[in-house]
Design a protein around this ligand. Structure first.
Ligand code: GSH
Length: 219
């Protein structure tokens, strides 16, 4: 049975799932969904994900969307890797940080990246400085929490987990977006640790190439 991964190179949400697929050494086939030409709105793709968004997977009879839910499912297929622990308290911490990334940290970082990176890449010079200032104030509250959570440990829930992959995808545009980690040394060390992993590096290749094609360099 072939696991099918519906991917898009530009997507940080797909990056998160692509990295977990590689980390788990799962065999899969990739279907690249060309969002720019509307391939995410075809009837065939909407039957996989009615939201018309990537990532999604198909595994036998199961169609699944939402990157964090996909990552939890994939990790459950390979429990020996421990990315989604079964021990209740460790799983609770993985869920806690994953939800926090989805609901709090991710949107704040994404809004700054949109204003500072994506708008200029589209030839727009109308950065919304009020929005940026507001999101920066939010980040000034959130980043210390993550830094404290990572202090003294390699991974946010102790051992490497899907929460690290969820959190990390949020940081990929930090340099072009002008988001400094100087005051979050544990976060800076942790992201370097994750970026050194072969699975992360493999997953980053299409994302990095796509951004470079739009004139966005990550370093
Ligand atoms: N919460 C979803 C977000 C998925 C999402 O927003 N995907 C974007 C790419 S990063 C997309 O497919 N956008 C196309 C569209 O909305 O038309 C997840 O984590 O999977």
């Amino acid at each position: 049975m072939t696991l099918t991964f519906y991917d898009a190179a530009f997507s940080p949400n797909a990056l998160r799932t692509r990295a977990v697929l590689h980390e788990l050494e799962l065999g899969f086939e990739t279907v690249e969904i060309d969002v720019a030409s509307g391939a995410n709105k075809t009837a065939a793709f909407l039957a996989i994900n009615p939201n018309g968004k990537v990532p999604a997977i198909r595994d036998g009879e199961l169609s699944l969307w939402e990157s964090r839910a996909i990552n939890a499912y994939l990790s459950s297929l390979r429990p020996e890797y421990g990315l989604y622990p079964v021990e209740p308290q460790r799983r609770a911490l993985v869920d806690q940080w994953s939800y926090w990334q989805a609901i709090h940290l991710g949107p704040a970082m994404q809004k700054i990246a949109f204003e500072r990176v994506q708008k200029p890449a589209l030839g727009r010079s109308d950065a919304d400085e009020t929005s940026i200032a507001g999101e920066r104030a939010t980040l000034a509250q959130l980043l210390p929490l993550l830094d404290a959570g990572l202090a003294g440990r390699d991974w946010i829930a102790g051992k490497l987990s899907v929460a690290d992959f969820a959190l990390a995808s949020t940081f990929m545009l930090r340099r072009p977006a002008g988001i400094s980690l100087d005051h979050a040394p544990a976060v800076a060390a942790w992201i370097s640790r994750l970026e050194a992993r072969p699975a992360w590096q493999t997953a980053m290749q299409p994302y990095r190439a796509n951004l470079a094609g739009r004139g966005i360099e990550l370093t």
